[in-house]
Design a protein around this ligand. Structure first.
Ligand code: NAD
Length: 258
């Protein structure tokens, strides 16, 4: 049987879906944890799939961004090239399922490594979406924290080719993502830890679970006595610890679950 056949499968009558549905039904403190794999079906590629547009538009590390205006201009060029994908993306079935679980009261929050804002767009209140790697749909001043919308910055950047600086304090304005080499956001990390320690079910979806410190949260949940469920196309390094693993396509699995 080809790998593709293993991945594509009708999950509707499977024991795994029945088990996950039962555990979700029992939970009031489940945590959803997501990686780039929940958004590929919305048209936003992950980093790992070959020939991804990220190869041409790879985000620059934080120290490079800070060092020179030339690097910042290149960074903004790449950011706007990828924003054409992000700008039109709509929530996929996992985003919608998590929004439903939050609405029902079985899921207390979603911790995400994604920077696309699709969990908020699916209807989950901002304070129940914990973004570990920031958000690429707006920008902030690195000095004073003022927020800028991309549609304010883009026309000026395109007309002048200059990288943006803050109107208030002259600080460097940067997409609100956490770049490689940049400190993790303290508040989000604290909230993620608190919610993880309070959960009884941790449902990790579409993540390779190799990017740390984010991948520490499923481990923490398991060590603290929660059930760990992993949904991903390919095996992850934490599958051996999980109570349930569903290897398949997010769309197939969540269609069956709903
Ligand atoms: P990752 O390490 O979380 O890996 C994504 C995983 O999802 C892979 O194992 C892949 O096989 C799996 N996957 C992809 N599509 C799937 C599908 N339809 N069904 C089931 N599984 C699927 O993510 P990454 O791509 O290595 O990205 C690393 C970091 O880059 C992220 O943590 C994030 O900060 C950023 N990023 C964000 C986005 C986004 O916001 N949508 C996209 C790409 C990268």
């Amino acid at each position: 049987m080809a790998l593709n056949d293993v991945r594509r499968r009708d999950w509707s009558d499977s024991d795994e879906i029945a088990q996950l549905r039962e555990w979700l039904g029992q939970s009031e403190t489940a945590i959803g944890f997501t990686g780039a794999g929940v958004s590929t079906e919305s048209g936003i590629p992950d980093y790992r799939t070959p020939n991804t547009p990220w190869e041409r538009n790879k985000p620059l590390p934080f120290d490079v961004f800070i060092q020179s205006d030339e690097a910042r201009r290149e960074s903004w060029r790449r950011h706007f090239a990828m924003d054409d994908l992000y700008g039109t993306a709509r929530p996929g079935i996992c985003h919608l399922a998590f929004a439903e679980f939050v609405r029902r009261g079985s899921m207390s929050a979603v911790i995400t490594q994604n920077i696309d804002g699709l969990h908020q767009l699916s209807g989950i209140p901002d304070d129940q979406v914990i973004e570990l790697h920031g958000n690429s749909t707006y920008a902030t001043c690195l000095e004073c924290g003022r927020r800028y919308e991309l549609n304010e910055i883009k026309p000026i950047f395109e007309a002048t080719g200059k990288s943006p600086v803050c109107d208030d304090c002259g600080g460097i304005v940067k997409p609100a993502i956490i770049s490689f080499g940049q400190a993790m956001p303290e508040r989000a990390m604290r909230q993620a830890q608190e919610r993880t320690l309070a959960c009884d079910l941790f449902l990790a979806v579409g993540s390779s679970l190799i990017v740390y410190p984010a991948a520490g949260f499923p481990l923490l949940a398991k060590e603290n006595g929660a059930r760990l469920v992993i949904v991903n196309r390919e095996p992850t390094g934490l599958d051996g610890l999980a109570d349930l693993v569903l290897n398949g396509e997010v769309g197939d699995i969540f269609s069956a679950l709903l």
